[in-house]
Design a protein around this ligand. Structure first.
Ligand code: ASN
Ligand code: ZN
Ligand code: CA
Length: 332
């Protein structure tokens, strides 16, 4: 009886046609990624508990790009898990969410009209709703990368999910989820500094969050203030998302992959970006080596400066840019 790692085809809803690593077992294929810790993708079929059923079928082409085919969201979720795994491995040498080579699992079609997605450390799994009218599953690349990055944060700094550390926890997921989207380099979902631009969560085509100017969502903070920690963590995250954008791309007007940004700064200071790749290295090193469960914004400045010093040298261009980007979001 043959069992092996196969290369299937995913016809996703958000990322076009992609290659998926699957498993063949006898005459059946399953969405089990034997090249990435055995990550499995399950169909909850509108349920809210357990794992439902593992996606299994007789052929190795998954979904048809439409939401009427249940395997389409499965293909998007499997692709998101695959790209997230590869992003961490190739960018940071991290071997899975816990750096132990063990895969997580994904569940799609959670509940009915459920407009959210979430990571749970208790099951080491992530779950996606189907969105409004069960027609916009939350399975886009940046959302997948965001949610699974909550697992990385839990396995590293353990940033407590409230007050300023909670905002840093959320921002870490936005920053690394955005890293996943750029890494995948998918022509149907190119990298940007927007979160959830594909899932139409507001019903009017606008993204969920904006890293270049977080306040564009109507609620997120562009700059630190002494009360920022009293906001919901998805809004206090704005300060660090804005820091990351400025460190990567710099202040002022900029177009990346056809999207135009115009990032403001506190008191009109200026920042020259060092590029996203270096900014990601600094954030990840700070997350995994310098941040703790109680890191607040002031400590995040110190931690990222330590990371930049270790990577590029104290007083390097990169080190000075980290300082300038924090100052530009009023973290001094
Ligand atoms: N999608 C949300 C998040 O990852 C779920 C939550 O609020 N915990 O932040
Ligand atoms: Zn989150
Ligand atoms: Ca995005």
């Amino acid at each position: 009886r043959y069992q092996g790692v196969e290369t299937g085809i995913g016809n996703t809803h958000y990322s076009g046609q992609v290659s998926l690593t699957t498993t063949q077992s006898g005459s059946t294929y399953t969405l089990t990624d034997g090249a990435r810790g055995g990550h499995k993708t399950y169909n909850l079929n509108q349920g809210t508990t357990g794992t439902g059923t593992l996606f299994s079928q007789s052929g190795d082409t998954w979904g048809d790009g439409t939401n009427s085919n249940a395997a389409t969201a499965g293909a998007d979720a499997a692709y998101g898990a695959q790209e997230t795994w590869d992003f961490y491995k190739s960018t940071f040498g991290r071997n899975g969410i816990k750096n132990d080579g063990v895969g997580a699992y994904s569940r799609v079609h959670y509940g009915s009209n459920y407009v959210n997605a979430f990571w749970q450390d208790s099951c080491f799994c992530m779950t996606y709703g189907d969105g409004a009218n069960n027609n916009d599953p939350l399975t886009s690349l940046d959302v997948a990368g965001h949610e699974m990055s909550h697992g990385v944060t839990a396995a590293t700094a353990g940033l407590k999910y409230s007050k300023e550390s909670g905002g840093l926890n959320e921002a870490t997921s936005d920053i690394l989820g955005t890293g996943v989207e750029f890494y995948a380099n998918n022509s149907s979902d190119p990298g940007d500094y927007l979160i959830g631009e594909k899932i139409d969560i507001n019903g009017n085509g606008t993204p969920l969050r904006y890293m270049d100017k977080p306040s564009k969502d109507g609620a997120s903070a562009d700059y630190w203030s002494r009360t920022v920690g009293s906001k919901d963590v998805h809004y206090s995250s704005g300060v660090a998302n804005h820091f990351f954008y400025l460190l990567s791309e710099g202040s002022g007007a900029k177009t990346v992959n056809g999207v135009s940004y115009n990032s403001p700064t506190y008191n009109g200071s200026t920042v020259t970006g060092i590029g996203r790749d270096k900014a990601l290295q600094i954030w990840y090193k700070a997350l995994s080596e310098y941040f703790t469960s109680s890191t607040n914004y002031a400590a995040a400045r110190t931690g990222t400066l330590s990371a930049a010093a270790a990577l590029y040298g104290s007083g390097s261009t990169e080190y000075n840019a980290v300082a300038a980007a924090w100052t530009a979001v009023n973290v001094n």
